[in-house]
Ligand binder design. Structure first.
Ligand code: ATP
Length: 523
């Protein structure tokens, strides 16, 4: 959205020109990615035929496979391959008392501001005032939407007109920046609307839980909420799991599934949605071991993202400063990714102390303590919570994977191609099988390889239509790591070419070894 320049300093501002400049500079990749996701069936706008609905997204045939791969990888790595974590799947709607105990009814509020002029509505903690000045000389004054101060400065500068940008570039050492959150604005500072530059109202509270009614009566006694996080279902079931699974401390309960938040301003594609999926672990341990477990989980979770393709310098692990911590938390760190629209959180890992179990004990009247048979000690466990977003992980994987390079066509001439370099474990389709031509028995052999791969449980695609170069390019855009072609030589020696999406190297291997070859390289 275009920031606002003060009328006395700026040349006439055309909001659409500014928006276009910003889109070009910061969102070029995002625009291309969104177009590819729609064109190839990764992500669609929800109920698009009716004009869509803000903050809701649908995953198409490729997207649903990618998302499922993220979920399967997380489940395998955090539940199946560990002795100390078990799974859970609770209902989305729970007794509203859960949300009283968790504090969501009273505290799950975002500060909300409205523009007095254009009536647009924003989350006050995501709108920043940005002021660039040299002494009393104001070079830039803008209200922008951003997740943090650094991002706000970038957005304000890239959205400014060219004259203002030139003045900032030339300002040299005397240039000073004042950046503040709208709901924490220093006295005397104006809060400006990111859309039109008008004045914003003071912040007021807005509860983000979606309300509904259970049963036939629509009155206050039947109000219920769509869960805003999966974590509370774990706390509510902690005793059930403890009593039925033979788990002893330290141990964790993992759950993934839908959560709902009535975000004031859903934005940045799927990043901030109103319906999204989370993957959360509550890891219960002795209070004296909590610091150690916190560090272990923080590092394990960061490593998990690097292991699945977020290997670039765009991934960060950021420890929270003390002043950022919630009152009950002892430590917290975010796994963050440099999205094209700014650096933002993928997952938070927190030491939540004994806060949640103590609150549920108070509100439910049930004993949440743990008795250690060996030490004969009774205590309320501490909890380490790694809490990640599945949709945000998918989006980061897509951003990281998107690449434009050149690949030779059938005649060996270099051609521009778009390739999604997804980690093989995450790629929606693992293998594509092509007959070079639709005759001489090649389709039959190719279908045989395809069926073998399918029978082994692999996501595989068969394509015999069009030039083979175009078939390769379609698979490159889908992120398929391997393509096999059955050609004339196959008829003579039962070998096929297998092409690597990233290196473009083509090897000849025995047709009956294709499935094993791909399996060995999936990671
Ligand atoms: P943010 O500050 O970005 O709103 P949060 O700190 O409120 O996020 P948590 O409550 O810690 O988020 O939720 C855990 C994870 O759930 C986040 O790290 C994120 O990946 C995911 N998540 C939270 N809100 C959304 C949303 N509106 N859309 C998509 N994913 C979300």
């Amino acid at each position: 959205m275009p920031p606002f320049d003060p009328p006395d300093e700026a040349e006439p501002v055309c909001p659409s020109e500014n928006a276009a400049a910003m889109a070009q500079e910061t969102n070029d990749l995002m625009d291309k990615l969104v177009a590819l996701c729609k064109r190839r069936g990764f992500i669609f706008q929800s109920s698009e035929i009716y004009g869509g609905i803000g903050g809701f997204w649908d995953y198409g045939p490729l997207g649903v496979e990618l998302k499922r791969n993220v979920k399967n990888a997380w489940w395998e790595d955090t539940v199946r391959k560990r002795d100390d974590v078990v799974g859970l799947d609770c209902s989305i709607i729970m007794n509203p008392k859960v949300w009283e105990a968790s504090g969501h009814i009273v505290n799950f509020n975002d500060p909300l501001v409205d523009c007095k002029q254009c009536k647009a509505r924003f989350r006050a903690d995501k709108v920043f005032g940005v002021l660039a000045h040299r002494g009393d000389d104001v070079l830039l004054q803008a209200g922008v939407e951003a997740d943090n101060g650094d991002q706000a400065r970038q957005v304000a500068v890239s959205g400014a007109n060219s004259k203002t940008r030139r003045r900032i570039d030339k300002a040299g050492e005397g240039l000073q920046w004042t950046v503040f959150r709208t709901d924490e604005r220093p006295q005397g500072q104006a809060a400006l609307c990111p859309s039109c530059g008008g004045d914003l109202t003071d912040a007021r509270k807005f509860n983000m839980m979606f309300k509904t009614f259970v049963g036939a009566m629509e009155d206050s006694s039947s109000v219920a909420y769509l869960r805003p996080e999966t974590a509370q279902g774990i706390f509510a079931n902690y005793k059930n799991v403890l009593d039925t699974s033979r788990m002893r401390l330290p141990f964790g309960i993992a759950q993934m599934g839908k959560s709902f938040r009535n975000e004031i301003n859903p934005r940045n594609y799927t990043f901030r949605s109103r319906e999204f999926e989370q993957m959360e672990i509550e890891f219960f341990c002795h209070p004296e071991q909590a610091d150690e477990w916190y560090t272990t989980w923080r590092d394990t979770r960061y490593q998990w993202y690097t292991d699945h393709g977020l290997t670039s310098s765009k991934l960060h692990l950021r420890d929270h400063e003390d002043k950022e911590l919630a009152h009950y938390a002892k430590a917290c760190a975010d796994v963050e990714y440099d999205f094209p629209f700014g650096t933002s959180e993928l997952e938070g890992i927190a030491n939540r102390t004994d806060f949640d179990l103590t609150e549920h004990q108070k509100h439910s009247g049930r004993d949440m303590s743990y008795f250690d048979d060996q030490t004969k000690e009774r205590f309320i466990p501490y909890v380490i919570e790694p809490s990640g977003g599945i949709d945000r992980t998918v989006l980061a994987l897509l951003c990281e994977a998107y690449t434009e390079d050149e690949a030779p066509d059938e005649k060996g001439n270099p051609q521009k191609r778009t390739v999604m370099r997804l980690h093989p474990r995450m790629a929606p389709i693992k293998l594509a099988v092509f007959p070079l031509v639709k005759k001489e028995g090649m389709p039959e052999i190719a279908r045989g390889i395809y069926e073998d791969a399918q029978a082994s449980g692999m996501a595989v695609f068969y394509d015999e239509k069009g030039a083979v170069g175009r078939r390769y390019r379609r698979q490159d855009e889908a992120g398929t790591p391997f393509c096999v072609t059955v050609d004339g030589q196959t008829l003579e020696d039962q070998t096929v070419t297998i092409r690597d999406r990233d290196s473009l190297v083509q090897e000849r291997i025995a047709a009956d070894q294709v499935v094993k070859y791909v399996r060995d390289r999936l990671g």
